[in-house]
Design a protein around this ligand. Structure first.
Ligand code: GLA
Ligand code: ZN
Length: 679
């Protein structure tokens, strides 16, 4: 039996030898060895090459590449090639082509161009996955499977419309229930026949304007989003099952796009069907480190803390912004370790060799157009490759621990931003990031959880902007707090149920009892407008006053107490941050969007109250995380700044894994450097 387990943090990336003459392949092998590359993702965009017409399949080139990689100690992440269908397929079976939201049938072109309900696409994709699995199941180079590529698009064709109706029949059973859920008496939209229902496109319920998600009927659009996410999951599963039928213990995954926060797909719903979660991450030089940190933590959260794969990043430039600067020296290395520090077990690039033609010819690659190893980028990759070889399997399957959880819910994200609310500036990810940053800046680890996660293992649970409260979730939170937990939520929460129907009787609806407040009015502020927050009592190291913005709510206390109140406008003196003793615990509410300063100090004080302390006291710009395994603790200390930073790592002597040095007490961190301390 071939061992398909990871032996170390795998290092490599997308490899497209089919774009180059064979004489280059040997040179690639030499360069891979030099760079310590031990994994290559193959066959991602080779559908047309492998199937030149309906009947003929040929994989000779792939056999040859597989053998060659194996002979050179490189394992394979096998793409199934279904992210771009062949031109002959589109010509012969136009159902494979998508229809855009404004009703245009697309021509053959680009990629991610298949309709998820095209019988043609589903049929041929399944066959392709099976053929590949049959052919390579015993190949010694095979490590894992990569279905499709950055799956997702929204299609508005007739096949999708029919499938949507079927999906709705399963969800609601009767049109009465559907009409109720969608509130169709508004604007006289009642449906009396399933076939009257059309997709919520730009031609039907879509509202033009700055925000493309704006829709006249949130209920139908929300269901379409759910349906589209499920549709692609079905397509993924066709391939997944075809592979598993041949290779029951195959490791199968797909690379999540949008840096892991891709709005159209509910990744929490997908996660149970991945053997390991994987994401692509593309950032710019100025992207804040906490942006990446959040996404890595979310990937880890998808499978309850299990390690994930960093499937693609650029070793240097990207190619789709107006200006695409190179990554500065040492940044690629440091950011790669940042992923490892948060649970990644692979460091992979798009791409290993730079294309010579078409759209991505100027996208970064390990091997540049120069074609040799004497480039800054190659050298940096090779150094990282050597280091990962030295680290061996030490970090594999180690876990990050946390007593704090942040809820992340795609349905809620969709619903909050569908339009018609107090302010189009209220953005779910912004709020999640803001609460996350308060922990990040305090060097305190958090987990991301979904609505079904058991809460009892956490001391502190946050659900910022919990606009949608799903059935049973308010009771779950009440139970958690009654038993001693601390819960935190913020403005515009508890407003609707799972169908985006308002919970009547006063905001925050189902959360009112737990939070001990009633929100009478929601007053959004313009982007440059501010209000003030005045503290009514001491808490941690909080100052006397702070700024706030975005939203100010007029709150009445129903058992809760006031930490801070508004400073201006007609609601001056009314509460803006409250807490409510509920059973053995506390439920906190921020009726506004406070300054970052307040957030950081407030969250720190909340953690101290629960006896949760930071991993190390570290200066701003230094990131600290800890992975643990078999009683060993691995602490990652990363200096993201351009300056030397000083900190203290405690009295006991720890081994630094990358240098082999022993370290304790006061230390100096070089700019853009990383330490991995083992205790
Ligand atoms: C995505 C895709 C790759 C490539 C890169 C370029 O992540 O998966 O095929 O296009 O972007 O950054
Ligand atoms: Zn379609």
């Amino acid at each position: 039996m071939i061992s398909r387990k990871f032996r170390k943090i795998v290092f490599g990336g997308d490899y497209n030898p089919e774009q180059f003459p064979k004489k280059i392949w040997e040179e690639d092998m030499r360069l891979f060895q030099l760079a310590g590359i031990d994994i290559a993702t193959l066959n991602v965009f080779s559908w047309s090459l492998n199937q030149q017409d309906e009947e003929t399949y040929q994989f000779d080139w792939l056999d040859e590449v597989m053998d060659m990689l194996h002979a050179n100690g490189v394992q394979v992440c096998m793409g199934t090639s279904t992210a771009a269908h062949p031109a002959w397929m589109a010509k012969k079976y136009p159902d494979v082509l998508t229809v855009t939201s404004d009703g245009k049938k697309r021509n053959y072109g680009r990629r991610h161009n298949s309709c998820p309900h095209s019988p043609t696409f589903r049929h041929f994709a399944g066959i392709m996955a099976r053929k590949l699995a049959e052919r390579y199941k015993n190949h010694p180079a095979l490590l894992l499977w990569h279905v499709n590529n950055e799956i997702g698009n929204r299609c508005y064709c007739n096949n999708c419309e029919k499938a949507f109706r079927d999906w709705l029949k399963k969800r609601y059973g009767t049109l009465e229930l559907l009409n109720e859920a969608w509130y169709t008496r508004f604007w006289g939209h009642s449906f009396f026949d399933w076939d009257e229902i059309v997709l919520p496109s730009a031609l039907s319920e879509g509202l033009s304007g700055g925000n493309s998600d704006q829709t006249a009927f949130q209920g139908i659009t929300l269901d379409y989003y759910r349906f589209n996410s499920d549709s692609w999951l079905d397509c993924y599963l066709i391939e997944y099952n075809a592979i598993k039928a041949e290779i029951p213990d195959a490791i199968v995954t797909t690379n999540f796009q949008g840096n892991g926060t891709y709005k159209p797909l509910d990744y929490f719903k997908w996660a149970p069907h991945l053997d390991i979660a994987a994401l692509d991450i593309y950032t710019e030089n100025h992207t804040p480190e906490s942006y990446m940190a959040l996404r890595y933590d979310l990937m880890r959260g998808l499978k309850d803390g299990a390690p994930f794969m960093l499937m693609e990043q650029s070793p240097s430039v990207i190619n789709w912004k107006t200006v695409n600067p190179v990554k500065r020296p040492d940044v690629m290395r440091l950011r790669s370790y940042q992923a490892v520090a948060r649970g990644a077990e692979s460091i992979m690039f798009f791409q290993l060799r730079r294309s010579l033609g078409a759209y991505e010819k100027f996208h970064g690659a390990v091997i540049d157009h120069a074609g040799h190893e004497h480039t800054r980028v190659f050298k940096e990759c090779a150094e990282l490759g050597q280091e990962l070889q030295q680290l061996g399997d030490r970090l594999l399957d180690s876990r990050l621990k946390s007593r704090i959880a942040i809820l992340f819910d795609w349905d809620n994200w969709w619903a909050v931003e569908l339009g018609g609310g107090p302010s189009a500036h209220i953005k779910y990810l912004d709020q999640i990031q803001k609460y996350y940053d308060a922990f990040y800046e305090n060097h305190i680890q958090v987990d991301f959880i979904h609505v079904d996660t058991e809460l009892s293992k956490y001391d502190l649970v946050l659900a910022p902007l919990l606009y949608m409260v799903k059935p049973g979730y308010a009771q779950k939170l009440e139970h958690f707090v009654a038993n001693g937990g601390t819960f935190v939520t913020s403005f515009y929460s508890g407003i609707v149920n799972e169908n985006d129907l308002v919970t009547p009787g006063g905001y925050p609806g189902e959360l009112r009892k737990l939070l001990g407040i009633w929100v009478e009015e929601i007053d959004p502020l313009f982007p440059d407008q501010r209000n003030g927050m005045v503290m009514k009592q001491g808490f941690g190291k909080l100052q006397a006053s702070y700024e706030c913005g975005l939203v100010c709510e007029i709150v009445h206390l129903e058992g809760a107490e006031t930490l801070a109140e508004f400073d201006r406008d007609f609601y001056r003196g009314s509460p803006c941050v409250t807490y409510h003793h509920f059973g053995k615990g506390e439920a906190w509410y921020a009726a506004t969007d406070p300054s970052r300063e307040f957030m950081q100090q407030w969250i720190k004080a909340l953690c101290e109250r629960k006896g949760i302390s930071q991993l190390y006291e570290a200066p701003p710009g230094v990131e600290v995380t800890q992975r643990e395994k078999d009683g060993d603790r691995f602490t990652f200390v990363m200096n993201h700044t351009e300056q030397i930073q000083k900190m203290n790592v405690g009295r006991s002597v720890q081994k630094e894994l990358l240098s082999g040095l022993s370290i304790s007490g006061d230390i100096e961190l070089e700019p853009k450097s990383i330490l991995i301390l083992q205790a």
